[in-house]
Design a protein around this ligand. Structure first.
Ligand SMILES: *[C@@H]1O[C@H](CO)[C@@H](O)[C@H](O)[C@H]1NC(C)=O
Ligand SMILES: *[C@@H]1O[C@H](CO)[C@@H](O)[C@H](O)[C@H]1NC(C)=O
Ligand SMILES: *[C@@H]1O[C@H](CO)[C@@H](O)[C@H](O)[C@H]1NC(C)=O
Ligand SMILES: *[C@@H]1O[C@H](CO)[C@@H](O)[C@H](O)[C@H]1NC(C)=O
Length: 477
């Protein structure tokens, strides 16, 4: 009897894995899971892994039900996901994930020109044939959002030669791309966040802007921190930029933080990020931007927060904000999952699908407010599944629970041993970070030199993918 149950339960237990410690990867929610892929791992090397986290069952954060999709099907390892700091979003069908760009070199000296699509129903990648000049828009450190109507909005970021403040809009119904020219565009931006908020608007928060070095009499351009009070609003319907000024308890400036839209779509929740002064100081604080009053506040949180980090991932499922992966600058990367209950502002260890069901709107990742019906029916489905599951498995649960506990202990020890191993990479990692910073500074200097030595040309509008306005610099004192 026991061995029969053991045989039944074992595949379940052994299917769960501990993911590699990674930063700069992409995690998106689609169907009943969270899909994470790419990124950097200590070494540093580009991760070729794709992980799936089941959010249709309850679990404890000491043993999240991760599985490794890159092991299960060789078709998941298309080159497109083998990049770090890419842009990714779930399409409006909530089943397909679109990934664009990223850096394909651990030292960030190469940029991917790929756009690839992952179908979560078949677990297969495909590479759409995109007409037009998409190759000229290869970027990393950019933002990518799906508008819920088949369009993908790509903004900011950089390649090996320049920083961008331009939009690339990909139509996934025709696989064409356009580069709208928007007046009064803000300066180029990297390591920011872009959040889709109600009424077809996008809010850009934080990061670094490529702008004038105020202490340089020659007017050189460098990467400057952006105040968290200075927000950018983009209206997709009117294609207009607006400068917003937020007040209240304004967070410290940061880069490579995360921003998620709250469950009721009334605020944006920011977690962590790195100090923009390249000093390896990272944060683990929580700030809330009220979208009505444009006031920042810092809720007092309870229980143990995650260790400070940047280049992590955050996904809101109902009231739970899941914080995953990331980099802590001095130590190493993380492979943990932390859960913030955004209704009580407490960090908790239990992810519970039986948390109160939403009555009204629920957002699916970056495609905010779209397809509530789909979300509602999904929840009904999950509830039914949970009910029948518990009746059928009631007698076996205790034994499986025991086996899971053993699995947890094994997995915990495995995590611990991995953490110990990764500590050996500390010095290498810090060095990589210094290289990254040096490279950023070098590129900034190089680029401004390039621009001041170049005669400004009148660019072909369609071809003008440059984020720079060569004349602007000349007019500066
Ligand atoms: C693996 O990929 C093939 C297509 O190449 C697909 O038909 C199949 O369902 C996939 N298998 C799994 C387990 O996802
Ligand atoms: C926002 O402010 C910047 C700098 O102050 C300016 O260059 C830009 O034109 C402003 N944008 C709009 C839409 O007013
Ligand atoms: C800004 O300009 C000053 C003066 O030329 C220079 O010392 C400083 O290094 C520059 N900052 C950066 C980040 O290049
Ligand atoms: C956000 O601001 C509005 C307007 O001041 C206020 O009515 C609302 O209660 C605030 N929301 C929260 C969650 O504090």
């Amino acid at each position: 009897m026991l061995s029969a149950l053991l045989a039944l339960a074992l595949p379940v237990v052994t299917a769960f894995i501990t993911p590699d410690a990674i930063w700069g990867n992409n995690c998106v929610r689609a169907n009943r899971g969270i899909y994470c892929f790419g990124g950097l791992q200590p070494g540093p090397t580009i991760s070729t892994k794709m992980y799936h986290l089941d959010i249709s069952t309850s679990w404890d954060s000491t043993a999240p039900p991760w599985s490794d999709l890159s092991d299960s099907n060789s078709s998941t390892t298309v080159p497109a996901i083998n990049s770090a700091f890419a842009g990714a979003s779930t399409l409006s069908d909530h089943s397909n994930i679109l990934v664009n760009g990223g850096s394909t070199a651990p030292d960030l000296t190469a940029v991917s020109s790929s756009t690839a699509q992952f179908d979560t129903r078949t677990n297969t990648w495909s590479v759409p044939v995109i007409s037009d000049r998409s190759l000229k828009q290869s970027r990393y450190y950019h933002s990518l959002l799906s508008d819920g109507q088949g369009r993908i909005w790509i903004w900011g970021g950089r390649d090996t030669e320049q920083y961008y403040n331009t939009w690339a809009v990909m139509d996934t119904t025709t696989w064409s791309i356009s580069y709208p020219e928007i007046p009064n565009a803000p300066g180029p931006r990297i390591q920011h966040t872009a959040t889709m908020v109600p009424d077809g608007k996008i809010i850009i928060i934080g990061g670094l802007t490529y702008s004038r070095n105020v202490t340089d009499p020659l007017g050189g351009q460098i990467l400057n921190p952006v105040s968290m009070a200075d927000l950018l609003l983009f209206d997709m319907a009117t294609a207009k930029w607006t400068n917003l000024t937020a007040g209240g308890n304004v967070p410290a400036p940061r880069r490579e933080h995360t921003s998620v839209l709250s469950r009721d779509s009334s605020s944006i929740i920011v977690f962590g990020g790195g100090d923009p002064r390249f000093n390896n100081v990272n944060m683990n604080d929580v700030f809330v931007l009220n979208l009505t009053s444009l006031l920042w506040s810092s809720p007092s949180t309870s229980n143990e927060p995650p260790p400070p980090r940047k280049s992590h991932q955050a996904i809101l499922v109902k009231d739970s904000m899941l914080i995953m992966f990331g980099n802590n600058g001095e130590d190493s990367a993380y492979n943990d999952v932390h859960i913030m209950d955004t209704s009580t502002w407490s960090w908790k260890t239990q992810y519970d699908i039986n948390d109160d069901e939403p009555k009204d709107t629920e957002s699916m990742g970056s495609s905010a407010g779209a397809n509530n019906q789909h979300v509602m029916s999904l929840q009904a489905e999950l509830a039914t599944k949970a009910l029948f599951g518990s009746i059928i498995l009631a007698s076996a649960l205790a034994i499986i629970g025991l086996i899971c506990l053993i699995g947890n202990i094994i997995s915990y020890h495995r995590t611990k041993s991995r953490q110990r191993k990764s500590e050996a990479f500390d010095n290498v990692l810090s060095e990589n970070y210094l290289q990254d910073i040096r490279e950023l500074i070098r590129m900034g200097t190089l680029h401004s030199q390039l621009h001041s030595s170049m005669t400004p040309q009148k660019p072909d509008l369609e071809d003008d993918i440059s984020s720079q306005k060569p004349n602007e610099q000349d007019s500066l004192p």
